[in-house]
Ligand binder design. Sequence first.
Ligand code: PLP
Length: 421
Amino acid sequence: MSPPPKGFDFTTLPEYELVRLQRTAADFAGIENPYFLVHQGRAADTTEVDGRKLLNFSSYDYLGLNGDPRIAAAAKDAIERFGTTVAASRVVAGERQLHRDLERELAAIHHVEDAVAFVSGHATNVTTIGHLFGPKDLIVIDALAHNSIVEGARLAGAKRVMVPHGDYDALERTLRLNRARHRRALIAVEGLYSMDGDVPDLRRLISLKYRYDAILLVDEAHSIGVLGESGGGIAQEQGIDPHDVDLWMGTLSKSFASCGGYIAGTGALVDLLKASAPGFVYSVGLSPPLAAAATTALVLLREEPQRVRKLRDNGKYFLDRAQAAGLNTGGSIGASVVPVVVGESPSAVILSNRLFARGINVQPIIFPAVGERQARLRFFLTARHERAQMDAAVDAVAEELAAMRCAPGFADMISDRLGAV
Ligand code: PLP
């Protein structure tokens, strides 16, 4: 018999049920757990898992810049000169020219005055929203906006209202009914929604923001480097004056082949965050190789706009092919993210498993990350994909879905298992 565990037994916490559920759900379905697979080497349009080469549709490396020798050289050079860490908050002894170079590039791509970089994209939203807003404020969030926005609003202690995805009437109603009773108001949306691959109507949001004297945050994690002719993001795509958005938020972990996050906007906003946002003041400065990698990626994006064109061609091609094959791609505009909605969570996991067996890596997104019966496979397209790879993936999805739907008793099996889970 194994000895009783020492210390606090975390398996007794109700929260631990989620761990059990995730493990048993895969066992119930008789499939491999699709999460936490170890990828051997750099994942791009292909990847390697357990010595098998797979077609890969699960990478945020939209512009295909990860592993670019120029980025790797800049990162190595930064390590040579500054080491792997700046070993202090920037406020005290952690400031390096690398940080300033990066922030200048970030401000330039957004066409605003200044930017401030943080060590994580998630922490950027949490600390910025948590710091700028408080209990007397109102925060209105699109229902599909990222967890980091919701966590930031929770930290702020503000009145939080989640409005249905893309429902501008509900947004307007919320502001009309609540704005006057609150000190500040924030409207928080994404520039390209990572679950659905669709975009907001920025012009409409800006007019609401002015009408109700609100602050507008646009999270460009999935749209910077992707939307707009030269990857300038949703403002460039929709012909918007970037100054009409108050907080441009983005991550360095997707188009920019690095890790970290940022806020871009006016000089006053950046000064304020640098002076007092806890996630900046009380956290280490961005690591030198990461800052250098992101800066180089931004320069390469400017010099090689064909990457954006290739990415957009790929997104459009995949969307058209998927729709022609009768797949449900929801509201995706066919940029970098195209979901294939299959319905029940076990169906999405089983489909992902079958594709994996056929040499295609694409992750299932299941309840509660998306609504019940809205489970999906989420395809990330990059500038590295070729048409033959996308053809192969769409054909395989259509074949496997048809086979699953025709399998006798498949629907019953799913509802039994849903009942059991
Ligand atoms: N915002 C959005 C919309 C995201 O999708 C993500 C991560 O996927 C983040 C913020 C957090 O960024 P990071 O993963 O770089 O911390």
